[in-house]
Design a protein around this ligand. Sequence first.
Ligand code: BTN
Length: 243
Amino acid sequence: MMTLQTKALSRRAPVFYEERTESTNTDLKQLATEGAESGTVLIAGSQTEGRGRMGRSFCSPEGGLYLSLLLRFPEPDDRLLCSTAIAAIAAARVLEQKCGVSPEIKWPNDLLLNGKKLCGILTEAMSYSRDISIIIGIGLNLNTERFPKELSDICCSLYGETGEKTDLMEFAEALIAELDRCLQGLPEIDPALPAEYRRRCGTIGKQLKDGGTAMDTGEDFSLLVRLPDGTETRRYFGEIQTV
Ligand code: BTN
């Protein structure tokens, strides 16, 4: 594992790079148990056992960017649950500013480009006593040239959609800087973020496969759903499928 010299970043915590590993989330969890400081980042060029949400795997070939960020807090706070949604905003901003594309957020935290998944985020938390460590893992299909057949209808890469290759390390620096900016105040949340999330969220207005319509997202990034009988309910986590 090597430490990246990131000229563009003025931050205290280190950024580590590995060409290939099982999972950056798993490795960073290990570093956290060994005392890694809040803000530590681990990037990999590919993952052999990339992990996704709901126990799924995350296809992580060369060409993608696989990055995990560790945040530590002295005590639990419900607002920390918003860190995944905030990371999705940060990734969307960088894709927009550096690559000129506007991905939409699929609630709660996938980024879609032209209706296909470009980025996934897996946040994991661990706690030994009262303190809490959060690991935010982001996988972005930037220069990925091809996906296994079963994924090619649902996943896309920036390269596949635009024909342009991205400098992975430059992108990573911009993403880390944006994550630092967006997450530094936690557990306080910048009051402008829920509105930005709502603006970027493509799920609003869509019919859900299990019934109901996604109406809005809230100040806590939850999804307001109107059920067929007219009642409204909020979803705080999990997964949705749109029609
Ligand atoms: C999902 O879409 O289900 C979440 C995917 C999260 C993938 C990232 S890649 C970096 C980090 N390491 C992992 O093993 N998973 C996350």
